[in-house]
Design a protein around this ligand. Structure first.
Ligand SMILES: [Ca+2]
Length: 497
């Protein structure tokens, strides 16, 4: 080999390493079932000082939508940068490789470009992970998700099942996972429960990374709260006055909506102590109290991660994303502890991005964004080559100018039924939902978001909206042809929750 070639090779290696070292790190924080109920979203009740501080150093996306309001399909869509229409996964059960064996996911794209990629806690749905996405296998805390009361309830239920020789149902009242109370204020420290322990491990990872600044990282940290059961250390309950927590005013189903569409999950009602039917007000208030405490518990863990970034000096070169996998209902439309549909409350999620040195720090944007936009956004912000498989759009124009628009609509999917697949299109003014089923009449929903932000009244059948329906329907069909979906038979038993 000639000296000239050797020198060129050496320079190429030096340049590549220098470029890798300059690339920002990514701390991607996911929270499970956290609706945009934070101080930085204008909520006056919740205590979220750390996420509000993150928002002051970042941008809050007020109109961010996930592509399906259910844990696993939402996460698979976001992590692959593909719509569920492409992943074909609309349920909890199958891994993404079932339908897309050779896909390159967002973290895998980072891994392929020299990043150390790691998953701690719930990033993909628990038990439905993707090894190819990570440099090392995903890590899960062994600390309890529940306090002593919940842990004892599970043990008692297991004992009862063994003694009676019965087969417990996998779902519903009587299932082992649902033997725990729906909420609990535990006299313990943050690190005695799962999410605090996840933060401890994440901080340890950050300290390790600080020692090898030449290798950028993509660290994904997923918290289990505020998914039901709402279990958090008692100190987070003590910061709220239960009687002052506002209750939902629209405790009725969306009016004029198809009955099969206006439904949500019932799993919350399977937890121990949850009454059938309407919740008495005192019980409903305890639920809201528990949900808010669980948000504050996550908020505190985020604060610890951000403090670790500052302490290690990593903050100046680390992009922080905070994302929840969908919205949530806490009494609105009579739904509790639920998502599972195509309405605004289920599909709108919490989403904050903080980029070191960003000029619009502290701004909020009403630009319509989607979870599939995250992959191309981080790819661009980190200077990686684009990946043609990512279907969203980079949000860098919005980060540079909160008034900028990159999407004219956000799309979400949900199978309902049996046999219907619904696609929702959220534009600036409308939520337009089409429900198609082979051999059945297509059902349409239309909500005027400008006057009906919570989707209380379906106005699709108003004669004055005929033209709007035609235009919106055409817009949707141009993007996504009619698709059908049949839920696959359950294959392997997966860990629930
Ligand atoms: Ca979730």
């Amino acid at each position: 080999m000639s000296t000239k070639l050797l020198v060129s090779l050496f320079l190429a290696v030096v340049l590549l390493s220098a470029r890798a070292a300059e690339r920002p790190n990514v701390l991607f924080i996911a929270s499970d079932d956290m609706r945009p109920q934070l101080g930085c979203y204008g909520d006056k009740t919740v205590k979220s000082p750390n996420l509000d501080a993150l928002a002051r150093h970042g941008m809050v996306f007020l109109r961010s939508y996930v592509q399906q309001a259910l844990c696993s399909p939402s996460r698979i869509s976001m992590l692959t940068g593909r719509y569920p229409a492409t992943t074909g996964i609309f349920e909890i059960g199958r891994t993404l490789r079932t339908t897309m064996p050779d896909i390159t996911t967002m973290p895998q794209h980072f891994k392929n470009n020299g990043y150390h990629c790691r998953s701690l806690g719930k990033i993909y749905h628990v038990g439905i992970d993707d090894d190819a996405s990570w440099t090392v296998p995903a890590w899960h805390s062994r600390k309890p998700r529940n306090g002593p009361v919940g842990t004892a309830a599970v043990a008692a239920r297991k004992k009862e099942i063994a003694e009676k020789g019965i087969t417990a149902p996998a779902k519903g009242k009587g299932a082992v996972n649902y033997a725990v109370p729906a909420f609990d204020a535990v006299a313990c420290g943050d690190d005695d429960l799962l999410d605090g322990d996840c933060a401890v491990n994440a901080i340890a990872q950050l300290r390790e990374h600080a020692k090898t600044p030449e290798k950028p990282f993509f660290l994904a940290v997923g918290f289990a709260n505020p998914h039901v059961p709402w279990v958090s250390p008692k100190k987070y309950w003590d910061i709220y006055e239960r009687e002052k927590i506002p209750m939902a005013a629209n405790n009725f189903l969306p009016r004029g909506a198809p009955a099969f569409a206006a439904t949500s999950g019932m799993d919350f009602h399977w937890y121990a102590g949850v009454p059938e039917g309407d919740l008495p007000e005192s019980f409903a208030r305890e639920c809201l109290h528990g949900y808010l405490a669980a948000i504050s518990y996550v908020d505190a863990q985020v604060g610890r991660l951000v403090a670790a970034l500052k302490e290690t000096g990593l903050a100046k070169n680390t992009i922080i994303v905070f994302w929840s996998d969908h919205g949530y209902y806490m009494g609105e439309h009579t739904w509790w502890g639920a998502k599972h549909n195509n309405y605004e409350g289920a599909t709108r999620n919490t989403f904050i991005i903080s980029v070191p040195g960003m000029k619009n720090a502290g701004r909020a944007t009403e630009s319509i964004v989607q979870a599939v936009d995250i992959a191309p956004t981080l790819t661009e912000l980190c200077g990686l080559p684009p990946n043609d498989g990512f279907q969203g759009r980079s949000l860098k124009p919005v980060l540079d100018d909160p008034e900028a628009k990159v999407n004219d609509a956000a799309f979400s999917w949900y199978p309902k039924g049996p046999g219907y697949l619904g696609v929702a299109m959220r534009t600036d003014k409308w939520r337009y939902v089409e429900w198609t089923k082979p051999g059945a009449k297509t059902e349409i929903e239309l909500y005027n978001q400008a006057v009906d932000p919570q989707n209380n009244l379906n106005v699709a059948d108003k004669p004055e909206h005929a033209k709007v329906l035609e235009v919106l329907g055409q817009r949707m069909r141009e993007r996504f042809p009619v698709q059908t979906y049949e839920e696959p038979p359950p294959a392997v038993k997966k860990k629930d929750n």
